[in-house]
Design a protein around this ligand. Structure first.
Ligand code: ADP
Ligand code: ADP
Ligand code: MG
Length: 674
């Protein structure tokens, strides 16, 4: 079918690289992945037919290096490059360089990208094309007093926006003249840092807006159509977290109007391929008859494209490849219909309780819902992988379809309940609370939804229940038992009492006390005593009877507590216990003095970098005597400082950490010897 394209290089990583590889392969074409040092063992590399290392972990040395990516394409005889989203996808130079090198850029023309690259230029083009834009100031004059005067003319509140902006950066809402100068400085500083361009525009701030965008597609034969809308109003820090198609309460009339405006926008720049026209809709007086304005055009495949695929039954990446190879669009506007409803959530490594601050760490457990029937899972990571400081903290997208919105929501709610994740902070519970919120159920969405309902979406921490505390203790007992068995196996002594297939009897004292700190910062104590084949676990004077029902792989536990069988996963470290039970994750800090895992694979008392970062300070030297919990090193990662402490008392040996040193996660930085 596509004679010119036989091999496609995917100039991206993570979930989008995996998703593109899937379609390229399904079309019978060859795939080439590129990767940085941090991604050598990443899922997208494993999935591709060929993979080429391009450079070090920082994006400036790998995924943003157009020259290295083009070289990889030439070295592998690649015909076409798919840029995914982010990285080089909206880089006009790169698109041009591909074409110059005789490699097809699966995306718009360099000229298309240039025209829509700056928000002010794009808005001017749209005004000329008769597409409504948010009222505001688009001028060259960046003098602060002039900008203030323009803001006053528009009328507060206003939004200052970086013209080169993206990803919600370089944006400030301003409510009064007095706040304006400081907000302007902040927006310019952020824009200069993120985009190397500090020019801003000023817009009327719309108080109750919905973000509704239209997927457009155009070929090189003069055809341009739209594939309906997506509602992306649920945002935090101006970044989307939940997206759906169609938009709740959309009318045929408004859909027709927005669709035509979007196609007009694409035609105005002679667009090629997949693009998204983002509109802001002023819903102060409801959606029916609401005014809508062009905000920007994203000249690439969008993160949330799967919801459109699920309601149209089309594969947008396949369309992109066909258009890039010169084919005509397979459909006219009239052939397309909306079938049902689809909702996507973005699962992020972040901490909702700390204003959604990005998090990093290892996914010690990651079991997304099954990708089947009504559920689609897009991810670039597997259990055991690391979410690092170098890249976007999105772990997965979970998308569900239903014949109507309520059914899609039910499927999604169940899919999130099946998702198990541990090892780092995520927004999983936040997503659950969001999609199960009564206001979301009735489609009462606008960009103020998350701030308005934040107390419901990020509820105050709850004390750990007795059953979670029991599971924690049983998890600790099981972890000790497992160690004992491993020790026995390693000792090759068939007569050792540990070598017998045990029934949870051997390695346990008759009684034991475990102390925890729960999410409310309260100390909780559980005493356990062995009784027959089980245990009596006492919490605040209340006795619970428990025994192991079955014991399967790794950290999975099947136990009976007070006559009720519970399946759960319990992960135990010396400092903490993570319990996943009933679709919820509970984290408890441990205060117990006993060390359960002292001979870890990395050796006793190893100080290991928990994530990639930079050593800011080394507080000890080889030979120093240290106390347990004494600070040893300061590591900077994700713009945050982390203190690494001694896991036990002893002597510092083998110190490799030095001030200013870059370290990878898993690097052994020092040892604490007896
Ligand atoms: P979409 O409208 O497709 O959701 P986003 O604005 O969320 O687009 O950006 C999509 C992805 O592109 C982000 O997750 C990020 O990886 C990348 N990206 C876009 N803009 C920027 C930016 N300014 N800085 C860093 N990454 C960006
Ligand atoms: P980015 O390039 O960072 O995606 P956008 O211009 O698309 O920037 O705006 C991002 C988000 O900011 C929008 O989805 C919307 O929630 C909010 N926003 C943008 N413009 C306005 C406005 N004029 N009034 C209110 N909110 C706005
Ligand atoms: Mg945008």
């Amino acid at each position: 079918m596509t004679p010119e394209i036989e091999k496609v290089l995917i100039a991206n990583r993570g979930e989008i690289a995996c998703r593109i590889i899937q379609t390229v392969r399904a079309m019978g074409l060859q795939t080439v992945a590129v990767y940085s040092d941090a991604d050598e063992h990443a899922r997208h590399v494993a999935m591709a037919d060929e993979a080429v290392r391009i450079g070090a972990a920082p994006v400036g040395e790998s995924y943003l290096r157009a020259d290295l990516i083009l070289k990889a394409a030439k070295d592998t005889n690649t015909d076409a490059i798919h840029p995914g989203y982010g990285f080089l996808s909206e880089n006009a130079e790169f698109a041009a360089e591909c074409e110059n090198a005789g490699i097809i850029f699966i995306g718009p023309t360099a000229d298309n990208i240039r025209k829509m690259g700056l928000k002010d230029e794009a808005k001017k083009l749209m005004i000329d094309a008769g597409v409504p834009v948010v009222p505001g100031y688009l001028g060259e004059n960046q003098d602060p007093d002039h900008l203030l005067a323009e803001a006053e003319k528009i009328g507060f509140p206003v939004l200052i926006k970086a013209v080169a902006g993206g990803g919600g950066k370089g944006m400030r809402r301003v409510d009064t003249s007095t706040e304006f100068p400081a907000a302007l400085r902040g927006a310019k500083r952020e824009a200069a840092g993120a985009f190397g361009n500090d020019q801003v525009l000023i817009e009327k701030f719309i108080e109750k807006p919905r973000h509704i965008e239209v997927q457009v597609f155009a070929d090189t034969h003069g055809n341009a159509i739209h594939l309906f809308e997506r509602d992306c109003s649920l945002q935090r820090r101006h970044q989307k977290v939940v997206e759906e198609a169609p938009a709740p309460h959309m009318t045929d009339f408004l859909r027709g109007q927005m669709g035509s405006a979007a196609v007009a926008a694409a035609r105005a720049i002679d667009y090629r391929g997949a693009g998204t026209i983002e509109f802001i809709v002023d819903v102060a007086n409801g959606l029916d008859g609401a005014p809508f304005y062009f905000m920007e055009m994203n000249t690439r495949l969008q993160v949330e494209h799967p919801v459109t695929e699920m309601i149209t039954g089309e594969d947008l990446v396949e369309w992109q490849i066909r258009v890039a190879s010169g084919e005509e669009l397979p459909f006219d506007q009239g052939d397309l219909e909306i079938d049902g409803h689809a909702i996507e959530v973005r699962l992020y490594a972040e901490d909702p309780a700390r204003d959604f601050l990005p998090a990093t760490g290892r996914l010690t457990r990651f079991r997304p819902p099954l990708d089947e029937d009504f559920t689609r899972v897009e991810t670039g990571v597997r259990e055991g992988d690391v979410v690092s400081v170098h890249y976007d903290p999105m772990i997965a997208k979970i998308i569900c379809w239903g014949e109507d919105r309520a059914t899609a929501l039910r499927h999604l709610s169940r899919a999130l309940d099946q998702t198990e994740i541990a090892g780092l902070s995520t927004n999983l519970d936040f997503l659950r609370h969001t999609i199960n919120h009564p206001a979301f159920a009735v489609g009462d969405v606008d960009t103020g939804f998350i701030p308005r309902h934040i107390k419901d979406l990020v509820p105050a921490p709850q004390p750990a229940s007795d059953s979670i505390l029991c599971l924690s203790v049983l998890g600790i007992i099981a972890a000790r038992e497992k160690r004992a068995q491993e020790t026995a196996r390693a000792s090759h002594d068939p007569w050792s009492p540990w070598a017998a297939p045990t029934n949870w009897r051997a390695n346990l004292e008759r009684s034991d006390t475990q102390r925890f700190i729960d999410a409310t910062d309260e100390e909780r104590t559980v005493t356990s005593a062995r009784k027959d084949q089980g245990f009596i676990l006492t919490i605040d004077g209340v006795a619970h009877h428990a025994h192991f029902h079955d014991h399967s792989e790794d950290s999975d536990l099947c136990v009976v507590i007070d006559g009720k069988r519970l399946n759960s996963a319990v992960q135990v470290t010396n400092d903490a216990v993570t319990v996943i039970s009933g679709g919820r994750t509970h984290h408890l800090k441990r205060l117990s003095s006993r060390v359960d895992l002292e001979d870890d694979a990395d050796g006793p008392g190893a100080i290991i970098a928990p994530m990639p970062g930079k050593i800011l300070d080394v507080l000890v030297a080889d030979g120093d005597e240290v106390e347990k919990d004494q600070p040893l090193l300061i590591l900077e990662a994700m713009k945050m400082e982390h203190t690494l402490t001694a896991p036990r008392a002893g002597t510092v040996t083998g110190l490799t950490a030095k001030d200013g040193m870059q370290v990878n996660d898993g690097t052994v930085l020092a040892q604490i010897a007896d």
